[in-house]
Ligand binder design. Structure first.
Ligand SMILES: C[S@@+](CC[C@H](N)C(=O)[O-])C[C@H]1O[C@@H](n2cnc3c(N)ncnc32)[C@H](O)[C@@H]1O
Length: 214
C-alpha cells in the first residue's frame, strides 16, 4: 500500500497534488489513491490470495493497488470499454468489455468464472453536464456492478462502487444493504473538491438464503 501525505489538498486543481504524486510513484492514475484509502480503512476487505473483479479499470491505477493487496496467490480481473495496457504480473487479467452489453456476463465468465471475494467498480459514465442524466447513468453502472456481485460474489466478500450522489442514491444504498451486512459511504481524500462522487462500500456479503423446502 501507499504512504500517506500530510499535505493532501481537496480543492480541484487540474494538475494537483495527487496528479503529481501519482506521476512520481509510477501510478497510472490518481484514482489509485482512492482505492488505497478504502483498503486502509477496511483492512479485511481485500485479503492476500483474494480474487477481485475491477470494473471500469482503465488505465489501471486501481489494478496497481489491488495486485499488491492480493499478492502472488491472488487474482485480479480488470475490465473496461477502453483497452488497459498489459500488466507484467501473471495474476492480472484484463479485457475490453462493456458491462452493459448483452453478452457481458458470458464474456466475464469466460475470463474467470469466480466466485470473487471482492467486486469493485470505479465506472463512470461520459458526463453530459445534465445533473439528473449523469446521476442516472452513474447509478445504472453501479447497479450493474451490484448485479455482478450478487451473481458472482462470495459470501463474506466485499463490494465497492463509485456513485454520483443525488437521484436514487439512497435506494441504491438500500439495495447494497440487502446484500451486505454493513454498508459505508466513503469520500476518499483524493476525490476532487467539486466532485459529487462517493463510494458505497458493502462489507461481509450475506450468504444466499437456503432454498425453502416445498
Ligand atoms: C474513473 S475511470 C476508472 C479509473 C480506474 N479505476 C483507474 O484507477 O485507472 C472510469 C472508467 O469507467 C469506464 N466505463 C464507463 N462505462 C463503462 C462500461 N459500460 N463498461 C465498462 N467500463 C466502463 C470508462 O471507460 C473509464 O475508464
Amino acid at each position: 500500500m501507499l504512504g500517506t501525505g500530510s499535505d493532501m489538498g481537496k480543492s480541484y486543481r487540474p494538475k494537483d497534488h495527487y496528479f503529481q504524486k501519482a506521476k512520481q510513484e509510477g501510478l497510472r492514475a490518481r484514482s489509485a489513491f482512492k482505492v488505497d484509502e478504502i483498503l486502509k480503512r477496511f483492512p479485511t476487505s481485500v485479503k492476500k490470495g483474494a480474487a477481485v473483479l475491477d470494473l471500469g479499470a482503465a488505465p489501471g491505477g486501481f489494478l496497481q493497488i489491488l495486485v499488491d493487496a492480493v499478492g502472488v496467490s491472488g487474482r485480479v480481473v480488470g475490465v473496461d470499454i477502453v483497452a488497459i495496457r498489459p500488466f507484467s504480473q501473471k495474476q492480472v487479467t484484463t479485457a475490453v468489455l462493456d458491462v452493459l452489453a448483452d453478452d457481458f456476463d458470458a464474456k466475464l465468465a469466460a475470463l474467470y468464472d469466480g466466485p470473487y471475494d471482492a467486486v469493485i467498480s470505479d465506472m463512470a459514465p461520459k458526463t453530459s453536464g445534465i445533473k439528473g442524466t449523469d446521476e442516472a447513468r452513474s447509478l445504472r453502472l453501479a447497479g450493474k456492478a451490484l448485479e455482478v456481485a450478487a451473481a458472482r460474489g462470495r459470501a463474506g466478500g466485499t463490494f465497492v462502487a463509485k456513485v454520483f450522489m443525488g437521484g436514487d442514491f439512497e435506494a441504491f444504498r438500500d439495495e447494497v444493504r440487502r446484500l451486505y451486512e454493513e454498508v459505508k459511504v466513503v469520500r476518499p481524500e483524493a476525490t476532487r473538491g467539486a466532485s459529487m462522487e462517493v463510494y458505497v462500500v458493502g462489507l461481509r456479503r450475506r450468504a444466499p438464503a437456503a432454498p425453502v423446502a416445498p
